[in-house]
Design a protein around this ligand. Structure first.
Ligand code: NAP
Length: 247
């Protein structure tokens, strides 16, 4: 009998996973996207756009759409949807897998200042650093508005909301992957003295960490939020193995 899989997306891995599930007989896939980016990359499965309306809304969706399997392939920093998914899958009684790419490991030459939240990142920026590179996306920039005595290069895919007060600096709209040569040049061109980054993991945005290491620039690294308990894998091929086991 045909089974229906819901992938919670918003990452490159979710896109790859959706593509690979097309080769699994007996499986029909829907990818759910929050709709945060104005022009998301192409997804080869059916796509559902927009929030569900909290855990209750997700429960209703899983039931109405008769979803049999759930893979949470959201970004490691998208904690709310992961907790909603955990609660909803348990309630409906369907198997749930989390696909969470490993975080970046600090190497001996890295000058990382590890913090547990965006708010802590603001105060952890070294006082001597006057030119900052903020690469945390566009959704949580508000706490940096108080950095009125610094100059910030802010990079995001889409522009931040018009109501957000940004620190002095420049907005750079760009989408990864970024190469080491590009990132090295960027840090030099803008004379960056400190970087603020989430520990997102993965290859697409790792080059800034490598460039910072080369140039001896400190990186305020925001640690990941706590993920729910449950089955988890680190890559797409292990997700496919989990799926095969469930079919
Ligand atoms: P979040 O805080 O965990 O989620 C906030 C709300 O957005 C959720 O409660 C849900 O709304 C909706 N939502 C999130 N992911 C969804 C999905 N895949 N499909 C349908 N609805 C979803 O998430 P976020 O940090 O705002 O991130 C939003 C999306 O961007 C995620 O899909 C994530 O994978 C992607 N992303 C996030 C980051 C990051 O740094 N946070 C980076 C890259 C990509 P309802 O409660 O109404 O269901």
């Amino acid at each position: 009998m045909m089974k229906r899989l819901l992938i919670l997306g918003g990452t490159g891995e979710a896109v790859q996973l959706a593509a690979q599930t097309a080769n699994l007989p007996g499986l029909e896939t829907i990818t759910a996207l929050a709709g945060r980016t104005s022009q998301p990359g192409a997804v080869s499965s059916a796509v559902r756009m927009g929030g569900f309306g909290g855990e209750t809304g997700l429960i209703e969706y899983l039931q109405t759409m008769e979803i049999d399997l759930l893979i949470d392939a959201t970004h490691p920093f998208a904690a709310q949807i992961s907790w909603n998914a955990a609660g909803a899958a348990a309630r409906v009684g369907i198997p749930r897998l989390m696909l969470i790419r490993p975080g970046w490991e600090r190497l001996s030459l890295d000058n990382w200042i590890e913090v547990e939240s965006i708010e802590r990142a603001v105060t952890a920026i070294p006082a001597t650093a006057k030119r900052i590179f903020l690469t945390i996306g566009r959704q949580q920039l508000a706490p940096f508005g108080c950095l009125t005595d610094r100059w910030c290069l802010i990079r995001s895919i889409d522009p931040p909301g018009a109501d957000i007060i940004l620190p002095p600096g420049k907005l750079l709209l760009d989408r990864g992957p970024f190469s080491l040569a590009q990132e090295r040049q960027l840090l030099r061109d803008y004379q960056i003295q400190a970087i603020v980054s989430k520990n997102s993991g993965g290859d697409a945005t790792y080059a800034k960490i490598m460039a910072a290491r080369e140039l001896g620039i400190p990186v305020v690294t925001i640690q990941r939020p706590i993920a729910p308990e449950g089955d988890r894998v680190e890559n797409v091929s292990d997700s496919i193995a989990w799926l095969r086991d469930k079919l």
